[in-house]
Design a protein around this ligand. Structure first.
Ligand code: ZN
Length: 246
C-alpha cells in the first residue's frame, strides 16, 4: 500500500532565536512532528520551512504531498501570497491540510476559512482538559473520553471560524474558558483540520495523546480515492436528448 506522503512545514524561527524553544525542540518543532509521524509504517515525512526558497513549498513538493502540516507563529506575514495561493489550490484539488496551534492566524488557515480566526489567549501554564465530543470520528480513534495536558497556553472562545463541518474535541481550561480545539472542514475535494495544542516552549508534541490526534488527522485528511482533481467551470452538453418547448 502506498504510504501517506506528509510535508511538515514549520516557520522555524523561535528555535533559532529562543533557547527555551530549542531546549524543548532541538530538531525544530517540524523535526519532532516528523519523528513521531515517520515512526508509523503507513506514513513518510519530509520537512520544509519559511527561510527555504519558495518556503520549501515548490509546485513539485506540493504535487508530491498528500497532507501538509502547518506550524507558524511569529512570521505569518512573511509567507508570500503566491505560496498561499499554491497551497489553497492544492487543498481544493484534494490535498489535506492540518493547521496546528498558533497557525490559527496563518495566512494559509485564514485563506481556507475566510474569517478572522481570532481568539482569546493567556500564557500562565494552566491545565487543559480536551473532551472527545465525536467519539465515532476517525480523528478520535484510540482516545478515551478525554485527555489532559498539564501545562498549556490557553486559547478561548470566541474563536472566529466558520462552524466546523465536524467537531472532534472541545477544551476546558483551569481558568474557566472553553475552546473548539479539534475542528474539520471540507474545502473543494480537500480536507482541513485545526488542532489547538502545541505551544513552542512546552513539550506538547511529545505527549502520546497529542501524537495520536495528529497521526489520526493525517490518515483522515489524506486525499480521497482518485487523487487530486482540479475543478474548472465548463459549459457542458446535456446528458439526455430533449426538445426545449418554444
Ligand atoms: Zn503558543
Amino acid at each position: 500500500m502506498a504510504k501517506i506522503r506528509v510535508t511538515v512545514w514549520n516557520e522555524f524561527r523561535h528555535e533559532k532565536s529562543h533557547k527555551a524553544v530549542s531546549d524543548v525542540y532541538p530538531q525544530g518543532i517540524h523535526g519532532q512532528i516528523a519523528a513521531f509521524l515517520g515512526a508509523n509504517a503507513d506514513i513518510t515525512c519530509r520537512t520544509a520551512w519559511l527561510d527555504q526558497p519558495e518556503h520549501g513549498l515548490t509546485a513539485e513538493v506540493l504535487a508530491d504531498t498528500d497532507v501538509l502540516i502547518w506550524w507558524g507563529h511569529m512570521a505569518h506575514d512573511e509567507v508570500k501570497d503566491e505560496i498561499v495561493d499554491r497551497v489553497q489550490q492544492a487543498v481544493l484539488s484534494g490535498m489535506g491540510l492540518i493547521c496546528l496551534h498558533s497557525a490559527h492566524m496563518s495566512k494559509v488557515f485564514r485563506r481556507m476559512m475566510g474569517t478572522s480566526c481570532t481568539l482569546k489567549w493567556r500564557e500562565v501554564g494552566e491545565r487543559e482538559r480536551l473532551w472527545v465530543v465525536n467519539p465515532g470520528h476517525p480523528i478520535a480513534e484510540g482516545l478515551g473520553p478525554y485527555f489532559e495536558i498539564p501545562h498549556v497556553e490557553m486559547y478561548g472562545e470566541y474563536f472566529d471560524i466558520p462552524t466546523p463541518d465536524e467537531l472532534v474535541l472541545m477544551s476546558w481550561f483551569q481558568g474557566g474558558e472553553v475552546f473548539r480545539s479539534c475542528c474539520a472542514w471540507y474545502r473543494g475535494k480537500g480536507k482541513v483540520v485545526y488542532f489547538r495544542p502545541g505551544h513552542e516552549t512546552l513539550p506538547i508534541y511529545y505527549q502520546p495523546e497529542v501524537q495520536t490526534v495528529v497521526t489520526n488527522a493525517v490518515r483522515w485528511c489524506k486525499p480521497a480515492a482518485g487523487g487530486r482533481t482540479v475543478f474548472t467551470c465548463p459549459c457542458v452538453e446535456p446528458i439526455e436528448k430533449f426538445e426545449v418547448e418554444k
